[in-house]
Design a protein around this ligand. Structure first.
Ligand code: NI
Ligand code: MN
Length: 229
């Protein structure tokens, strides 16, 4: 079975393979771009990149209704378990790998911040390298451009999910530098058009990526699964 990727608006993505449902940064109920509510969503693993509400808002409720395992940095994993009663968590930190039922993930660095919605310390922000169904995906999370991306690109990436919204993360121009370093086969834009401050012309971005000629840009529609070839 092929690996499928579905965008749920903003920075929320679902990766599916062989019955596994891996949800990244669940943000549904207050996400203006989402077309489903959190109570309709099931996952068996939830990956959280950092503590901001637009990445963690629905993590606890979906984890509880699905009995999912939440993977996050140690501080966020502890907070979800102590403050929100999430039963199964994997707390990790930057640079570490962990093996999960669907494959493996490494928590990668991100240049951003990570305070939790109640003001608690959310540790360092991160991203993930994900191995699933024979594919390698890189989810940058919220981050500025950083030059270690060229190291992540040394092992072949089938896909990268990069923020392009600017203001809080890298914008379209820096994403081209990131693509040059990461050299993924396919690149998906994320973290844009949710609210006016991060509005972007995604078709211009896709044209610029095509012109650059390193990766194939894929602009998903919200809720429509894309098969990773
Ligand atoms: Ni953030
Ligand atoms: Mn964000």
């Amino acid at each position: 079975m092929a690996v499928q990727i579905t965008w749920h608006g903003h920075a929320t993505w679902l990766i599916e393979h062989d019955g596994h449902r891996v949800l990244i940064d669940p943000f549904f109920n207050e996400n203006p771009a989402a077309i489903v509510k959190a109570k309709e969503v099931r996952a068996d693993t939830i990956l959280v990149t950092h503590g901001h509400f637009d990445h963690i808002a629905d993590a606890a409720s979906i984890a509880q209704q699905s009995e999912a395992t939440v993977v996050a940095n140690f501080e966020i994993a502890t907070w979800l378990s102590n403050e929100h009663g999430v039963k199964s968590t994997v707390g990790m930190n930057l640079g570490g790998w962990t093996t999960l039922p669907f494959g493996r993930v490494q928590m990668t660095i991100a240049f951003h911040s990570s305070q939790l919605p109640d003001g608690a310390y959310g540790g360092n922000p991160g991203g993930y390298l994900i191995e699933i169904g024979g594919k390698r995906l890189y989810v940058a999370g919220d981050t500025a451009l950083f030059s270690d991306m060229q190291l992540y690109g040394r092992t072949e990436l089938d896909a990268a999910i990069l923020p392009i919204g600017d203001l809080f993360t890298m914008g379209p121009v820096d994403s081209l530098h990131a693509i040059y370093w990461l050299r993924p086969r396919v690149v998906f834009p994320s973290h844009y058009n949710t609210w006016p401050p991060i509005a972007q012309d995604v078709e211009s971005w896709a044209d610029a990526v095509r012109q650059q000629g390193v990766a194939e840009p894929r602009v998903p529609e919200v809720g429509v699964a894309i098969e990773l070839e």
